[in-house]
Write a protein that binds this ligand. Structure first.
Ligand code: F6R
Length: 609
């Protein structure tokens, strides 16, 4: 949420920063801006709208500056506007800042700065207080001023600071918002995420909470909260730049949908030993630990939460442990019952989602063992967990999550099978059979992706609908939630998912002639029940699209149109059944002319509460 980039070196800071911001646009895209130091003065340019607006605005300006900071915004305080865009500067124009996060006590700070010190604010943002505070405390050392300013602030922040009186330096600081440092040759960078830097560097420092960093062209120094210098190992990024490019696809979302077979293959095979057994390499949980756990909490947000819902189903079934799933923003404020017999599983693609991180810390304080399922290596959730189970999805750029979800599901299956087998509650032949079936999934998914054309055809008849219902039973009910989220977030169609059996307890009142119902009926043991639920909505005039396993043709008698997924055991269908729903959402959004990779009001990586 909000992207920041900073550069100090010998190249053209303006070009390098704008190029970096473009790679971070998925983090926020309602306005953007840049500040550079030129001839001892800070120059700021900022624009409402996409980064292309900023780019056009500065096209003919040759800043000729070698140091600067930039920002792409997702509005929290104050509407998207030129004035509210970052960077913000102090009244004397000597300090410029970019900020990702929220300053929670900004009202009181703003009042104090205005009333007692005569500061005049030029924006409605919380972030502007940071520039004024740093300016207030500046007495010859930018890092000293940043320390003092930070002491006054409550909230979450990743901040980059420039000072015209110290033009050969950038200072950056973080608390609960991501911050990385890129280490170049004669140049150094700050950024909130790796893709911004891939063109220039592969060696980075991951900055910890409450650390301050001072960057010059040839040196990076990291200081902890006690102002002691700390050493940090260099983290080498293994992705290449192409991984963060569209690769011929119209959108990142479509590319990422197509990357799912590979992501699933990698996530599975990196956890299998040469005998085909699940290997929790690097995860320190022993058999005794597993036997001790008497409950599991799975906590996450959005799509990751939906993966957790399937996780509950699978873990309870294979590992025979009661599982509670909760959205992180609720979990952290509800005083859940947790002790050292609790296994807490946090699921997060970015590893930076603030609510998930806060829930994890809450559970840790109460003694739970923390296992996280994370995509971004070295992210905050990963670093603060006892053990990490990485998804191997590769970088996910589209705001709507697809490959992260299916790889998170794969982790859920592997964890459930491992725990069940190790505890001796899952019979070895079943354990082996499920691993064998999991190995078939990437190829089955490749076959399924070939039906993309049929889904586009169906989308042509559906894209004008303004309301869609998703229904399903068992794991299909959880996948329905994900299908519905995908559709609403990228096409803005009002969609709704409900357990099929629950429909008649109220929601069926909304079904009328022409209502679109997408009915997931992939579970053999629940198939007939689903057929009855389809009949119920058909009787009220609904147009029904069914989703079933190949061979279950009976559904064609009830549904108006059917998509099939390759045959597989009931328990594994979520790995396949979500894909037609992702594609349908994509095709519908495309036909509606929506900005698929950057849906309105959204941003990837939600680092505010
Ligand atoms: C929806 C989507 C979001 C994220 C959620 C959690 O397509 O991407 O719902 O799943 O914001 O994000 P992570 O997984 O990064 O914690």
């Amino acid at each position: 949420m909000c992207g920041i980039v900073g550069y100090i070196g010998y190249g053209n800071a303006g070009d390098i920063i704008i190029e970096g911001l473009k790679k971070l646009e998925y983090r926020g895209y309602d306005s953007s801006g840049i500040a550079v130091i030129k001839d001892g003065k800070i120059e700021v340019r900022k624009q409402k709208g996409r980064i292309s607006n900023l780019e056009t605005a500065v096209e003919n300006e040759h800043f000729n500056s070698t140091v600067g900071i930039g920002h792409t915004r997702w509005a929290t305080h104050g509407a998207p506007s030129d004035a509210n865009a970052h960077p913000h500067i102090s009244m004397d124009k000597t300090i410029a800042i970019v900020h990702n996060g929220i300053i929670e006590n900004y009202t009181e700070l703003r009042e104090w700065l205005t009333k007692d010190l005569g500061v005049i604010f030029t924006s409605e943002t919380d972030s502007e207080v940071i520039a004024h505070l740093i300016s207030l405390y500046y007495d010859g050392s930018l890092e000293d001023a940043v320390y003092k300013a930070v002491e006054k602030m409550r909230g979450a922040y990743g901040i980059g600071v420039l000072c015209s009186k110290e033009p050969d330096k950038i200072v950056a600081v973080r608390k609960d918002s991501p911050l990385i440092i890129g280490l170049g040759d004669g140049c150094n960078f700050i950024a909130s995420d790796i893709p911004a830097l891939l063109k220039h560097v592969r060696s980075i420092y991951l900055i910890e909470n409450n650390e301050t960093v001072v960057l010059t062209r040839n040196e990076v120094k990291i200081y902890n909260a006690d102002r002691k210098e700390v050493k940090r190992d260099v983290f080498h990024v293994t992705w290449d730049e192409d991984a963060a490019e569209k690769d011929g696809f119209d959108h990142f979302m479509l590319k990422e949908i197509h990357e799912q077979p590979k992501g699933l293959f990698e996530t599975l095979n990196r956890r299998l030993d040469k005998n085909g057994n699940i290997l929790l390499d690097g995860i320190s949980m022993t058999k005794q630990d597993l036997e001790k756990f008497d409950r599991v909490y799975i906590v996450a947000c959005g799509t990751a939460y939906h993966a957790g819902m399937v996780g509950k189903f699978i873990i309870e079934r294979f590992a025979k442990i009661p599982v509670e799933v909760d959205v992180a923003s609720e979990f952290r404020y509800r005083d859940p019952f947790i002790d050292d017999k609790t296994l807490f599983i946090a699921i997060s693609q970015s590893g930076e989602t603030l609510d998930t991180l806060a829930a994890l810390r809450e559970a840790k304080k109460k003694g739970a063992r923390i296992l996280s399922v994370v995509n971004v290596v070295g992210s905050s959730v990963a670093r603060e967990s006892d053990d990490v189970f990485y998804t191997w999805a590769g970088p996910e750029i589209a705001v709507a999550s697809t490959k992260a979800y299916t790889t998170q599901l794969m982790c859920m299956y592997l964890i459930a099978l491992y725990v069940g087998y190790t505890k001796g509650v899952l019979a070895p032949d079943l354990y082996n059979e499920y691993i064998r079936e999991l190995k078939f999934i990437p190829d089955k998914l490749k076959t399924l992706l070939k039906t993309e054309g049929d889904i586009l055809e169906a989308a042509k008849g559906l894209y004008k609908k303004e309301q869609v219902f998703f229904i399903g039973r068992g794991p299909d009910a959880s996948v329905s939630l994900e299908g519905s989220l995908k559709l609403k977030e990228i096409s803005y169609i009002n969609s709704f998912a409900i357990a099929a059996g629950e429909l008649k307890h109220g929601t069926i009142a909304l079904i009328e002639q022409g209502s679109l119902v997408i009915a997931l009926a992939t579970q053999d043991r629940l198939f007939e029940k689903m057929l009855s639920n389809i009949q119920e909505v058909k009787a009220r005039g609904a147009y029904v699209i069914g989703l079933a396993k190949e061979g279950n043709k009976e559904i064609e008698k009830q549904a108006d149109k059917v998509f099939y997924i390759p045959d597989c055991p009931d328990d594994l269908t979520p790995l396949l059944s979500v894909v037609p729903l992702q594609l349908l959402a994509y095709e519908i959004a495309k036909l509606r002319g929506c900005d698929i990779d950057k849906p309105k009001n959204l941003a990837k990586s939600v680092t505010v509460e």
